[in-house]
Design a protein around this ligand. Structure first.
Ligand SMILES: Cc1cc2nc3c(=O)[nH]c(=O)nc-3n(C[C@H](O)[C@H](O)[C@H](O)COP(=O)(O)OP(=O)(O)OC[C@H]3O[C@@H](n4cnc5c(N)ncnc54)[C@H](O)[C@@H]3O)c2cc1C
Length: 415
């Protein structure tokens, strides 16, 4: 006799949901988590506020997943953002919707989501064992019979793998699932960073570390052709750039760099002003403040840290009076403000990426159930799958939806 109907490996967003649903459907369910507590990554999501989902309508939502969108259509048909929102509210997490349709707990605390989900899973009847690292699966006659954990064998009718990706390994997501799934015969699309900060060639950015620019437009040029445009916030780091616009564009940039293509970004610091309007503004400022040095005049247009960088780039001495700026210098200044170019030379490692792209190929997963088509009784959910999206609550929704479906499907097979 099987000891468990369903064993869920990994107590993150997908695993907690899968385990709670499986147990709720009547399956004797064991959740195995390698860390001292479940939900370690969930706790740090959304800068500690946890952007649980997004209220975008279904097609627009799926667009955020690029090529992996169609795979999720059936999971979202069964469990979508309104279901997750109703679920979280029902377990005591009131929510608020913010700019861009992003949904957060009203308390602003990701920990509240973790606590509520852990308590819910327990109420559903899930037995959770922490500090348990699954290091193998028991496979027999084309099916899974259980898992190996700390040298011990645990038997189950079905196994749900929800071990996450390989980003932020300090949270427990160390890529174990890739090895476990590969050993069971699954193809793994090579894991690579997505939603990841970028490294730039220009050394002056080091002096800008800590500076955030809001409301800028960033255009991405691959081999000289503009292929993406983002509007919002960009942050300078010691090594380069990060922030929402960079993270959102980073997936395609990583792919271009891996294909040895050249990548530049162009930052429009004044997207609300056309070139003509900005030129008129410069002419007016220089006329009204002709006796002031340029380093002081530019403070009206730029954050302090950028003034020196800008003056050096356009070749205007900081002490030059505004009245002494030539037409050519003003034109150079104008084009720098509208199109500051940075060369992207690389990206940060997977461990610093918000999500891991790649993973278990969705070609081998039944999208109606999250069942492996290779191994009977095996289900795969969450970031371990070759599925990832932009920032905005989409990734957690994918984890919740695939976890929900995997948990219910596994229970249906096992009992
Ligand atoms: C800093 C940061 C902020 C983010 N913010 C957001 C956000 O606001 N909104 C959003 O939608 N997405 C966000 N994400 C992405 C989101 O957190 C992930 O996509 C999501 O957590 C994936 O859920 P998961 O359950 O698949 O994996 P995880 O949450 O990574 O959970 C996997 C679990 O499996 C356990 N595990 C791993 N290997 C084993 C093993 N061998 N045995 C037992 N247990 C194991 C791990 O310890 C872990 O608890 C953020 C990510 C990061 C890093």
């Amino acid at each position: 006799m099987n000891t468990w109907d369903v064993i869920v490996v990994g107590g993150g967003a997908a695993g907690l949901m899968a385990a709670g649903e499986a147990a709720g459907a009547g399956a004797r369910t064991l959740l195995l988590e390698k860390m001292p507590r479940p939900g370690r990554k969930l706790r740090i999501t959304g800068k500690g506020r946890c952007n649980v989902t997004n209220v975008a309508e279904r097609d627009a939502f799926l667009d955020h997943f690029g090529k992996s969108g169609p795979f999720l259509r059936q999971a979202f048909a069964r469990c979508f953002s309104d279901d997750v929102m109703a679920f979280l509210e029902s377990i005591g997490v009131p929510l608020v919707t913010e700019r861009g349709g992003r949904v957060f707990p009203e308390s602003g605390k990701a920990q509240d989501v973790v606590d509520a989900m852990v308590s819910w899973a327990k109420r559903q009847g899930v037995v959770t064992h922490v500090r348990q690292t699954v290091d193998g699966m028991i496979l027999e006659s084309g099916g899974v019979r259980g898992v190996r954990v700390n040298g011990e064998t645990l038997l189950a009718g079905c196994v749900v793998l929800a071990t996450g990706g390989a980003s932020y390994p300090g949270t427990g997501s160390t890529g174990d699932g890739y090895r476990l799934a590969a050993a069971a015969g699954h193809d793994i699309v090579p894991p690579r960073p997505a939603l990841v900060p970028l490294e730039v060639t220009e050394s002056f950015v080091r002096g800008l570390a800590g500076l955030s620019l809001r409301n800028i437009r960033m255009s991405v040029f691959v081999n000289g052709c503009c292929c993406d445009e983002q509007f919002g916030e960009l942050a300078f780091m010691e090594y380069g750039v990060s922030g929402p616009v960079v993270l959102t564009a980073s997936g395609a940039i990583v792919d271009a760099l891996r294909a040895k293509q050249s990548v530049e970004i162009e930052i429009d610091l004044k997207p609300a002003l056309s070139e003509e309007k900005l030129n008129a503004r410069l002419l007016r400022d220089f006329a009204e403040r002709g006796r002031e040095p340029m380093h002081s005049v530019l403070r009206g247009l730029l954050p302090k840290q950028l003034v020196k960088v800008c003056l050096t780039a356009v070749g205007i001495p900081g002490k030059r009076l505004a009245s002494g700026v030539t037409g050519d210098q003003r034109k150079r200044l104008l084009s720098w403000l509208k199109a500051m170019r940075l060369t992207i030379q690389g990206y940060r490692p997977i461990k610093e990426a918000i999500v891991t792209a790649g993973g278990v190929s969705t070609q081998e997963i039944d999208p109606r159930t999250m069942a492996s088509t290779r191994v009977e009784g095996l289900y795969i959910a969450g970031e371990l799958l070759d599925v990832h999206a932009d920032t905005g609550g989409y990734n957690l929704q994918a984890a919740f939806s695939t976890g929900w479906l995997a948990g219910r499907s596994a229970a249906a097979l096992a009992i």
